[in-house]
Ligand binder design. Structure first.
Ligand SMILES: [Zn+2]
Length: 339
């Protein structure tokens, strides 16, 4: 396809004086990473692909479930039936939306050990995560690599957005430490309005787009409520003793997971995630099939054995639904996987 005909799809965006042809050319050269492909992440990814951002990499560790369809616009019932990971389902949908750009979905759990390699070379990172631990990690990584990122979060009918540049203030200036498990509201606890997701994603996308286009940006926190329509801004001052942007200690990135951190309670999901070594799912399927209801997808297996449901991924992640007790989860794994 010639460059001119390739530009036809962006005609309305090019007419827009704020972007223009030069802006479009710039976007086609850009590389972005979207971490988390749930409600916000899938909306951000859809907007990014339609806008013609040249290279989009998506990271997500979850599988599409029926209750996701209310607020996660890239997925459908077929994805649920096929037990597709969100990163793969999103990648396939986005390729149908725009085949002129590069889109890659990766089924990965971002941790301190792999975060930098996932973000290296990106011009921008969009936050589509649902937890503060990962956001602090993204903040450390982006500050270290000097990559701008856009923090976005939504619950119930409202959400927060803050573009964070390589210069202070950073996310760690805004929040000193992650909330304790169960302390903050989550979509699983208080629910979420689909239209609030789309509004927050649209705002976060626009802030990111301005960064990619080298337009002026204010690194301030914006809070938007959809139900009682309201928009407010908070200036976040740089914290002189910020361990991330001032002292350059990058404390979240430097954390090496201990044995106990290798198991993590997924608050709001009544589940525990434990990381194992890479798994041979075919072999495990054979062992488990006579012990309970087993479903096998191309990238995972799901094993129902009341009161627990176990989901195993090839990369070694085990999700044990039905408990928040680490010992019970480990005992369940020990019983069925001999670990
Ligand atoms: Zn800071």
């Amino acid at each position: 396809m010639s460059q001119e005909s390739g530009f036809d799809r962006y005609a309305r965006q090019i007419i827009l004086g704020k972007i223009g042809k030069e802006g479009q050319k710039k976007l086609l050269q850009k590389k972005v990473v979207i971490i988390g492909c749930g409600a916000l992440g899938s909306s951000l990814a859809s907007l990014a692909a339609r806008a013609g951002i040249g290279q989009i990499t998506l990271y997500d560790r979850d599988v599409v479930e029926l209750h996701n369809l209310q607020s996660q616009i890239l997925y459908d019932e077929e994805d649920c039936k096929k037990l597709l990971p969100k990163a793969i389902a999103a990648q396939e949908k986005l390729k149908k939306i725009n085949s002129d750009i590069q889109i890659e979905g990766k089924v990965e759990d971002l941790r301190s050990s792999n975060l930098l390699s996932c973000m290296e070379g990106a011009d921008l990172v969009w936050d589509g995560t649902d937890n503060f631990q990962t956001r602090f990690l993204i903040n450390d990584g982006c500050q270290k690599l000097q990559i701008p990122w856009v923090y976005a979060g939504v619950v119930a009918t409202y959400g927060h957005v803050m573009p964070i540049l390589p210069s202070p203030p950073c996310f760690h200036c805004y929040i000193e430490k992650p909330p304790a498990p169960g302390e903050g509201d989550t979509c699983d606890i208080v629910g979420v309005l689909g239209s609030a997701v789309l509004t927050i994603a649209s705002f976060a996308f626009t802030e990111g787009l301005k960064i990619l286009l080298d337009k002026p940006i204010q690194s301030r926190l914006t809070i938007i409520d959809l139900w009682n329509p309201q928009i407010s801004h908070i200036q976040v001052p740089p914290r002189p003793d910020c361990p991330t942007c001032q002292k350059k200690e990058f404390p979240f990135l430097s954390q090496k997971p201990t044995a106990s951190q290798e198991g993590m309670i997924l608050c709001g999901h009544n589940a525990i995630q434990i990381r194992l070594s890479p798994l041979d799912l075919d072999e495990i399927s054979q062992k488990l099939k006579s012990h309970g209801d087993l479903q096998r997808g191309p990238f995972l297996l799901r094993f129902h054995h009341p009161p627990y449901t176990l989901t195993l991924f090839q990369d070694g992640r085990a999700l044990i639904y039905g408990t928040q007790d680490m010992k019970r989860a480990r005992s369940f794994l020990a019983k069925f996987l001999g670990l």
